[in-house]
Design a protein around this ligand. Structure first.
Ligand code: 6PG
Length: 234
């Protein structure tokens, strides 16, 4: 695990922008999958600022999602809506660069459609699509993507996108699954705030409690997972 620790949530977001969006697009095409929830909002709001309009080579970005809630794109729960409001309406990405997961569709049909889309757009390794960068969040229960402790089998799944379910709300989701996540050229966790310190500590210290955390799977299966955080760990 490569620990990238910064003072404050803004510094964490700026570091990700520099490394992923500026350096990443400088080098050429960037096929990136982003997560939803609340953590990415600050990242996206900063990325939408004038200073990054010029610095990022937006024409090189192909934007995908890690997961989506099965709601319309106008629903407050929609990861797409959060991304649109905080980033997409402010930057020069063309429609053909933005690959929305259609939360309004049937979960099974959309998981199949999105899997086909990603397989068509990305190079493959061992039959699995390879993203340049995947940015994951971390739930208090150790979930990531929309892979919850109640659906650990999604970690071993080889189909890139599958239906999933939030066990607490029952909300249907569409999730990028474990084997495709592992294939990413760069795998980043973006997890900030004191509320995440305990679960992060349990994961990086390989506390037995973390064995039920889907996110811990990636720290165990890749030595180069990049953890961007403002929490003082270790
Ligand atoms: C989602 C996310 C999910 C998120 C974690 C952390 O759709 O909710 O993809 O995996 O990253 O729940 O959420 P916060 O950033 O809100 O803590």
């Amino acid at each position: 695990m490569i620990l990238k620790q910064y003072k404050g949530t803004k510094a964490v977001a700026e570091a990700i922008i520099e490394s992923v969006f500026i350096d990443g697009t400088e080098q050429g095409k960037l096929n990136i999958a982003v997560s939803g929830g609340s953590t990415p909002r600050l990242l996206f709001e900063l990325l939408a600022e004038e200073r990054y309009q010029q610095a990022v080579k937006w024409a090189n970005v192909q934007l995908f999602w890690v997961d989506e809630r099965c709601v319309p794109p106008t629903d407050a729960d929609s990861n797409y809506l959060m991304t649109y409001e905080s980033l997409l309406k402010h930057v020069a990405l063309k429609e053909e660069q933005i690959h929305r997961i259609k939360g309004e569709a049937s979960a099974q049909e959309e998981a199949e459609r999105y899997t086909r889309l990603v397989e068509a757009k990305l190079n493959k390794e061992d039959g699995l699509p390879v993203f340049d960068v995947i940015i994951l969040g971390l739930g208090d229960d150790g979930h990531t993507s929309s892979i919850f402790p109640s659906e650990m089998e999604l970690l071993e799944a080889k189909i890139p996108y599958l239906p999933a379910r939030n066990p607490y709300s029952g909300q249907q989701r569409i999730a990028l699954t474990g084997q495709t996540i592992l294939k990413a050229k760069r795998l980043l966790f973006h997890s900030v705030g004191a509320g995440k310190k305990e679960v992060l500590q349990e994961i990086i210290s390989q506390d037995p409690k973390s064995e039920t955390y889907p996110s811990a799977y990636f720290f165990r299966h890749r030595s180069d997972v990049e953890l961007y955080t403002d929490q003082d760990l270790l």
